[in-house]
Write a protein that binds this ligand. Sequence first.
Ligand SMILES: *Cc1c(COP(=O)(O)O)cnc(C)c1O
Length: 430
Amino acid sequence: MAELFPVSSKLFARAQKVIPGGVNSPVRAFRNVGMEPFYTQSADGCRLRTPDGNEFIDYVLTWGPAIFGHNDAEIRAAVHAAVDRGLGFGTNAPDEVRMAELLASVVPAVEKVRMTNSGTEATMSALRLARGFTRRDKIVKFAGGYHGHVDALLVKAGSGAMTFGRPDSLGVTAGTAADTFVLPYNDVGAAEALFAARGNEIAAVIVEPFLGNIGFIMPVPGFLEKLRELTKNAGALLIFDEVMTGFRVSLQGTMGVHGVRPDLVCLGKIIGGGLPVGAFGGRADIMDSVAPLGGVYQAGTFCGHPVALAAGIAAVEKLLREKDVYARLSAFGEALAGELERAARERGVALQVPRCGGMFSLFFSEKPVRDLEDATRSDPEKAKKLFRFALENGVFLPPSPYESCFISTAHDEAALEKTARVLCDGIRAL
Ligand SMILES: *Cc1c(COP(=O)(O)O)cnc(C)c1O
């Protein structure tokens, strides 16, 4: 892509000499679409600008957090004000109380909550807490579910790991992997069978209630309800990983869409307002097992960092104030998906566009996608072709056939019109 990205291409050449693979997180290498990556110089609203002079309508949105688009003026002002008060204190700061109160008041199932620096730290801590609380070792996850790069959870872990053809990471010990049971998502029978055989060893089931890291996949009716029932009866905890879906598919995350309530919830992404943040929370009696009250250790020099929390609080408060956010995101998603489905039908291309709130994904598949196996049976070559066509025409889709797309409130009529035109042309050119 040197013709499209002459400056980026030079940066990437330099990067590869001093950064492994040239990137600080693997998907940014664009290997899953067989291209060299571009660099971003600045970003505003729904648009990214590269040092090469390109401008893209962005559907990656920093992998979900930028729900108001890039560089939102209110969040930026809150960050400036926080920076003026200091860059971090190492003591308690008032915003930590505010953030915890906000999360407890909005997110169902959260009575008490701890802040971390990333989603990975949140899921890692929630697992340790579940094991410490139940005094059991085994955990259950679902194939295609991604919960950050936690050792025990890097088994069949969705897009980043999977599209490299290495479902498990080197360096994860056999002992760690042996404590993790992996089930197919949306398979009630498999979950029942595992609990019948091993239920009394299981500390927790961790699940993305809507899968977002293998494309976007919603649960079949009764699936989450069954997980709730099985864990409850076995004395195991149910952990919802809503790092991606929290504040994105609705104000209450997936819990605004279904009625199931977990014991613990992991959050991240949007609640950092663009800065690095995570959180885990849930039932007070479980959360009180964390140090200093209980024996489960969890800590962090930067946990509850005042600048990150200022950004996060500004984002969450803005979501609370602007009541029509999710209706607007859904309307955008519906309109776009409708046009793409029509173009695909006319061209005889099999396309599924699952969607909810500010998330959707594109599967080139005959049938609705229900699990990891269905997702991998969809056609990655068509997805790669469409990615490239979109990029050449000013639209940035996730650089992998197995990632969700994100919509922000900054995606306006002009963005919709252009995106629909480009992607429909792209589908016709497949
Ligand atoms: C992004 C993500 C994580 C990891 O969060 P990081 O901040 O990248 O560590 C965990 N779980 C889910 C569902 C995610 O989408």
